[in-house]
Every structure is written in structure tokens, then in C-alpha cells.
Ligand binder design. Structure first.
Ligand SMILES: [Mn+2]
Length: 419
């Protein structure tokens, strides 16, 4: 008889997802619903333990909201004989110990930044789980430095919120320390992108339980770890998050009218929806659309295709597909060589665009001039709260080309020319 353990990464109870469909209810799409789904799945599968890898709660201020959601889930699990064990992360280093005091059935491991273990039992198997909790938002301590674990008969797993291979103030560890620890696996919290976790020695990030903003694309959910015959025999990602984020690139080359574009977008969404599988399908999918290719359609028509948050498709199981962002990287159908033959500003612009496509010194000069101008803007403290500009060579060149082509497109339109 195997032991089944369900491992959850960063939940961030209390956080509202970054953007939502027009009529989206954060309670139905956010972390608390993801947690509710995970609890239900754990009960259905009769797992023996549920373990939480920290950042269970978003902020101190979310105590009451987190308390309600967490207590309800923990009580259902513990009522069914399922142990619930957690460590604290940088977001909940202060609040999770207090929640654990309130919710007696929630076992917090490693209070006060000290290693502590508990024994999980299920079927004919036993697992020793080692955990260490952060005590506040910042922690320069290296939790694994100079630590050696007493290794016994039973399988041992580690549960930790850590910045792996980082040097920041988030309880840093190194891959070498994790691998050299002698433990049979590490279930990590902090980084929201899940690692591939595989038997017999799963080692890595569980990922956020539910994508919290549009950068957190792809499948999200808890991981089932199966222990049989004293070793980890299976690790399965239970994709069940209520909200999912995806990037979608659409090549417009050859499309000449906005209607065809709409159909192309729907076609892509239908294809994606058919491929969508998982433990439970999402309630909503936020799509970041990027238009690419060469097209005579004006950028304004592309950008105006849908509003942010607009629901553009309903999937087979009622999944609402909404537009999280719409970006245009389409190149107009301009004959640059013909334009470059002219002796006027559009001609100069076309020659520079051709130079940017080439390999010569003129390309490097243009990029260097642009960088000099933009660095001054980037360093200006008025813009300090905005995202820094990406000023690497390839990105800058691409941006210059995009802006230049858009400008030439506008100039061409003024002349009533079609390329
Ligand atoms: Mn964290």
C-alpha cells in the first residue's frame, strides 16, 4: 500500500489575480478557489498528507481572508484523517505561525528558522519530512549551510521556501547543497514557475498553485507524490487552477481584412481549447495575443480587435477565453528598397531600416545612438517607477525596426501610397 502526499507551492491567499475577464469574480478565479479545488482533489484521492511550501498567504493584512479559506480547507482535510504540514515563506513568515496557532490542526514545521521533522504515515509506508520556516520577509541565513540531516531507515523529503542558486535575502540555497543533503527529494516554494519533478528523486519548485498574473503562463496545480516500497515511484502534476494564462502568436501574413483576422484568432483558441487537458479545466484563460508577420492591415485595426478583459471565446467546458493583452509586431507590406531610392525623409528612414536588417557598421552605429538616447531616459528618476527599458542589442534593434516601420507606414499612408 502506497503513501500519497499532495504538495502545494505558493498559494498567496488574499492576492487578486493580475487581470481578469470583464465580469470575472476574483473569488472564483483566484488563489482561494485554487486552494479549494486542491483540497477537494486531496479528499477525492484520499491522500495521506497535504504539504504547503510557504507563501501560503500573500500579506499580513490578509489574515482574516486567509484564515477563513485556510481554516475551512484544513478542517476538511484533517477531519478526513489527512495531515496538513506547512513551512513559511517570505510573504507569510510572520502571519503563518499565527494562523497555525489559531488553526490547531495545521502543523508548521521549522519555526524560528530551525530544521524540524515530522513523520508522515500512510499505507505501509513512512516518510520523514524535514522543514524550515522563514521568520519574516527577509532572511539572509543560508538554511542548508553546514547542516547535515540524520538519515534513518525511512524515505526523507525536504520542504523549504528558498531562493535556489540566488544570493538575495530569501533564504538562499544552492543546487549543490540541495543535492548533497542526502534527502530523497526537495519540494520547494518561492519561484512561481514549476520545475519538472520526476521520480525517484523529485527536486525543485512546485510553482504557484494558480497563475497570479499574466507572466505565470502554462499549467498550474499541486503535485501528487507517491511513495511505494520505500521510494518515490510517481510524481504527477494535477493541473486544476481555475485561471490559466497563455501566450498566443498569430501570423497575419496573407490576411487582408479584419474579419479574417478574427476567424484566425478564434481558430487558434479552439485548437488550444481542444488540446486543454488536466485534472480540472480552468474557469477562465487569459490570452496574451501577439500579432506577427507582414500585413497591410493598419496597426490601429489590429490593436482595436478586442478590449482588454473582453471574453472572445467560450471553450468546450464553458471556459471563458479573455484578452489579457494585445500586442502588434506586424511589419507593413512596404517595399523598403523602392522607398530607399528616394531623396527625402521617408527615403532616409527606409535606408536606415535596411541598414538595421544588415550586418554592417551602420547597423551598430544606429543601435549605439539609440542606446545613448534611451539610457538617459531610462536613468531619469521621473521614470524610476516604470519597468526598466530592455537595452540589449537585439531587443533594441527589433524595437527600432518596429518603430521605424510604423513611422514609414504612416508616411506612406499620408502619401496615399500602398507600398
Ligand atoms: Mn516567496
Amino acid at each position: 500500500m502506497a503513501l500519497k502526499l499532495l504538495a502545494l507551492g505558493d498559494i498567496h491567499l488574499g492576492r487578486r489575480p493580475g487581470s481578469l475577464p470583464a465580469d470575472g469574480d476574483p473569488r472564483r478565479l483566484g488563489p482561494s478557489e485554487a486552494w479549494r479545488r486542491a483540497v477537494e482533489a486531496a479528499l477525492e484521492a484520499s491522500v495521506h498528507a497535504v504539504v504547503l511550501a510557504g507563501d501560503v498567504v500573500e500579506r499580513e493584512d490578509d489574515f482574516f481572508e486567509a484564515y477563513r479559506a485556510l481554516a475551512a480547507g484544513v478542517e476538511r482535510l484533517v477531519g478526513a484523517g489527512i495531515a496538513v504540514v506547512a513551512v513559511a515563506g517570505n510573504h507569510d513568515g510572520k502571519v503563518l505561525p499565527r494562523l497555525a496557532d489559531e488553526i490547531g490542526a495545521l502543523r508548521l514545521l521549522g519555526r524560528g528558522e530551525r530544521w524540524e521533522s515530522c513523520l508522515l504515515e500512510g499505507g505501509a509506508e513512512r516518510v520523514r519530512l524535514w522543514g524550515w520556516s522563514m521568520a519574516g520577509p527577509l532572511c539572509q541565513t543560508h538554511p542548508l549551510e553546514g547542516v547535515s540531516f540524520p538519515l534513518g531507515e525511512e524515505l526523507t523529503l525536504g520542504l523549504l521556501h528558498t531562493d535556489r542558486d540566488g544570493s538575495g535575502p530569501y533564504a538562499p540555497t544552492s543546487t549543490g547543497e540541495l543535492e548533497g543533503s542526502g534527502l530523497d527529494g526537495w519540494l520547494l516554494g518561492h519561484i512561481h514557475r514549476p520545475d519538472p519533478l520526476v521520480p525517484p528523486r523529485p527536486m525543485g519548485y512546485l510553482g504557484s498553485l494558480c497563475g497570479l498574473d499574466r507572466s505565470e503562463t502554462g499549467p498550474r496545480g499541486p503535485w501528487l507524490v507517491v511513495v511505494d516500497g520505500g521510494r518515490v515511484t510517481a510524481v504527477d502534476h494535477w493541473v486544476l487552477a481555475p485561471l490559466r494564462w497563455e501566450r498566443l502568436e498569430l501570423d497575419l501574413t496573407g490576411l487582408t481584412e479584419v474579419g479574417a483576422l478574427r476567424e484566425a484568432l478564434l481558430g487558434e483558441l479552439r485548437r488550444f481549447d481542444r488540446s486543454l487537458a488536466g485534472f480540472r479545466l480552468p474557469e477562465a484563460v487569459g490570452v496574451q495575443v501577439l500579432f506577427r508577420g507582414r500585413s497591410a492591415l493598419p496597426s490601429s485595426a489590429l490593436a482595436g480587435l478586442a478590449e482588454r478583459g473582453e471574453i472572445v471565446h467560450e471553450g468546450k467546458a464553458g471556459t471563458a477565453y479573455f484578452v489579457a493583452s494585445l500586442d502588434v509586431a506586424v511589419e507593413p507590406l512596404l517595399d523598403l528598397r523602392r522607398w530607399a531610392g528616394r531623396v527625402d525623409p521617408p527615403g532616409l528612414l527606409a535606408r536606415r531600416l535596411l541598414a538595421l536588417d544588415g550586418e554592417g557598421p551602420e547597423r551598430d552605429r544606429l543601435v549605439a545612438v539609440a542606446r545613448e538616447v534611451l539610457e538617459a531616459v531610462d536613468g531619469d528618476e521621473r521614470w524610476a517607477r516604470l519597468e526598466p527599458l530592455g537595452l540589449d542589442g537585439a531587443g533594441l534593434r527589433e524595437e527600432l525596426r518596429r518603430q521605424g516601420l510604423a513611422l514609414l507606414e504612416a508616411l506612406a499612408a499620408q502619401e496615399g501610397e500602398e507600398g
